[in-house]
Design a protein around this ligand. Structure first.
Ligand SMILES: [Cu+2]
Length: 276
């Protein structure tokens, strides 16, 4: 099945053959970044599978279209084609076939989604992600520390590699959406509701994240970074936050928060001046 998928996807752009291995891989992912989580492969497979179905259908439809254009073209000025009012078997086929395709796509989507949003509760790290106008706070629940950002100083989330993490998403104001493209996963952050999902990052490195829901004027500034590090570096970071006094939990946006969060050098926030 994997070989079939690769060959079908490779067959599409023949120009790929002239390209490097890296760009071939990129073409095979059809725009998706390289998955940096264990679960990312499920999403990538679904994406590629859907493309294969779409390409097969496109080939069939275009093939029928052009063969009809060529085979049944008008051959002289007076020709009137045979008039057909209906063709029951054909109509049954073109009703059933799309139905099977849609149900098939639905089946695989529902199957994978069930797996992806399943909460097993055996995570090593739990991060309560608070999306607020206009940045993010990360409450590391086991460690009892937090990080908070501003539009000018986007926060960085640290995660230990190869350990399952549960993200608990909350918002004190409007709907945001928590998205780390390299993790191939995105979920809405809805006020008054606890959304959650679990992932296991399996590649060391720095990844970018953003808000994926048009939430207001500074939506585009709701950026953050994710650093997937070794367990030792993760622990060191937690201790760093503790040393800075960022202990406890932030449930609301920083604007309503007093104390240690301060203005973090961002004069654009209400009540904040340059140098604060
Ligand atoms: Cu937002």
């Amino acid at each position: 099945m994997r070989k079939l998928r690769a060959s079908l996807l490779l067959a599409v752009p023949l120009l790929v053959s002239a390209c490097s291995k890296a760009s071939q891989d990129e073409t095979l992912r059809i725009g998706f970044p390289e998955p940096s989580t264990v679960e990312g492969k499920i999403i990538l497979n679904l994406w590629q599978g859907t493309w294969i179905v779409a390409l097969l259908i496109a080939t069939l439809v275009l093939g029928l279209l052009f063969s009809a254009v060529i085979l049944y073209r008008r051959r002289n000025e007076d020709e009137i084609p045979k008039q057909t009012r209906y063709n029951i078997p054909l109509e049954i086929v073109y009703t059933i076939v799309p139905l099977v395709i849609v149900l098939g796509l639905f089946f695989f989507t529902a199957r994978d989604q069930k797996e992806l949003i399943k909460l097993s509760g055996d995570q090593k790290v739990t991060v309560n992600v608070v999306g607020f106008r206009w940045s993010w706070a990360f409450n590391y629940k086991e460690a009892g520390v937090y990080e908070i950002g501003t539009p000018a100083l986007p926060p960085t989330m640290y995660l230990p590699v190869d350990e399952k993490v549960k993200f608990e998403l909350t918002s004190p104001d409007v709907i945001h959406s928590f998205w780390i493209p390299a993790f191939l996963m995105k979920m809405d952050v809805i006020p008054g509701r606890l959304n959650a999902f679990e992932l296991t990052p399996n590649k060391l490195g720095e990844f970018s994240g953003k808000c994926a829901e048009l939430c207001g004027v500074d939506h585009s500034r709701m950026l953050f970074k994710v650093k997937v590090v070794t367990r030792a570096e993760y622990v060191a970071h937690v201790e760093e936050l503790r040393a800075k006094g960022q202990v406890g939990t932030l449930n609301t946006g920083r604007i309503e928060t007093t104390g240690n969060t301060g203005c973090l050098g961002d004069p654009s926030l209400p009540g904040c001046k340059e140098g604060e």
